[in-house]
Design a protein around this ligand. Structure first.
Ligand SMILES: [Zn+2]
Length: 117
């Protein structure tokens, strides 16, 4: 009986808050060539594109602009692939999980793995 009581007390409830653990590893950021991810024109003053609307801010900040949160831009129209974007220096990045897979390629993966009909 005593053993059973001990087991009961050790079955701890895991709080949901741990899913948003602030110490979880950040994504690894890989700088991308904007020509590969968005349609535009290469001009003398830089790469000119249509505006891509960011859908949200990331926890990650730009490695070049201290404290500037990166913005998530999804694949849509002239945007050829989802990426994160710094509004200050206009650099574009891919975000990788610790295992090296892209956190931003979810849409294309689900399309590629759609069951055959
Ligand atoms: Zn920046």
């Amino acid at each position: 009986m005593i053993a059973a009581e001990n087991l009961k007390s050790e079955a701890r409830f895991t709080p949901l808050a741990e899913r948003r653990n602030p110490s979880a590893p950040l994504f690894t950021l890989i700088e991308l060539d904007p020509r590969d991810i968005i349609d535009g024109l290469l001009l003398d003053q830089g790469y000119a594109t249509e505006d891509a609307l960011p859908v949200g801010k990331m926890r990650e900040t730009c490695p070049y602009c201290a404290g500037t949160p990166l913005q998530l831009v999804l694949k849509f129209r002239h945007v050829k692939r989802s990426h994160v974007f710094c509004s200050k220096c206009t650099r574009c990045f891919d975000a990788l999980y610790p295992d090296g897979t892209s956190a931003l390629m979810v849409n294309s993966v689900s399309t590629a793995t759609a069951p055959p009909h």
